[in-house]
Write a protein that binds this ligand. Structure first.
Ligand SMILES: [Zn+2]
Length: 132
């Protein structure tokens, strides 16, 4: 098995102990710098892994979102649609905010309580494909 960044961290610690037993000051300093660089690299890798996980999750979520020309719907397993969700909040802030249906045209007119945007289907060139 190949040595990973965690192995490098523990190995560098052991090297420091060995060097202290019989090395020059300059060598000890360079080994300490090397250890710090490895620790920084480990921290960077952990951050990148977290970021990668978030990006994968966002990509998977985006694949399941359907834009009907005005608003987003989330396609659940089995083809069932959930939502709708605000395109303004999704596109600008990456937030999935559920829209609230308005009045007698609840299937067609929607309001976002987060950004206070009103979505009126009759004003859209692309009427929603969802019919409830
Ligand atoms: Zn919104």
């Amino acid at each position: 098995m190949a040595l990973g960044i965690s192995d490098a961290v523990s190995l560098s610690g052991r090297v420091v102990e060995l060097v202290k037993a019989g090395a020059t000051i300059e060598l000890q300093e360079k080994i300490m710098e090397l250890r710090e660089a490895v620790l920084n690299a480990k921290e960077e890798i952990l951050g990148l892994r977290t970021e990668l996980g978030e990006l994968k999750r966002a990509a998977a979520e985006r694949e399941q979102l359907i834009f009907d020309g005005m608003i987003y719907w989330h396609e659940e397993r089995g083809g069932k649609k959930e939502g709708p969700f605000c395109p303004r909040c999704r596109d600008s802030d990456s937030k999935l905010i559920r829209l609230h249906g308005l009045g007698p045209g609840a299937n067609y007119d929607w309001n976002c309580l987060a950004c206070n945007t009103l979505f009126v289907a009759r004003n859209s060139r692309f009427p929603p494909v969802y019919r409830g």
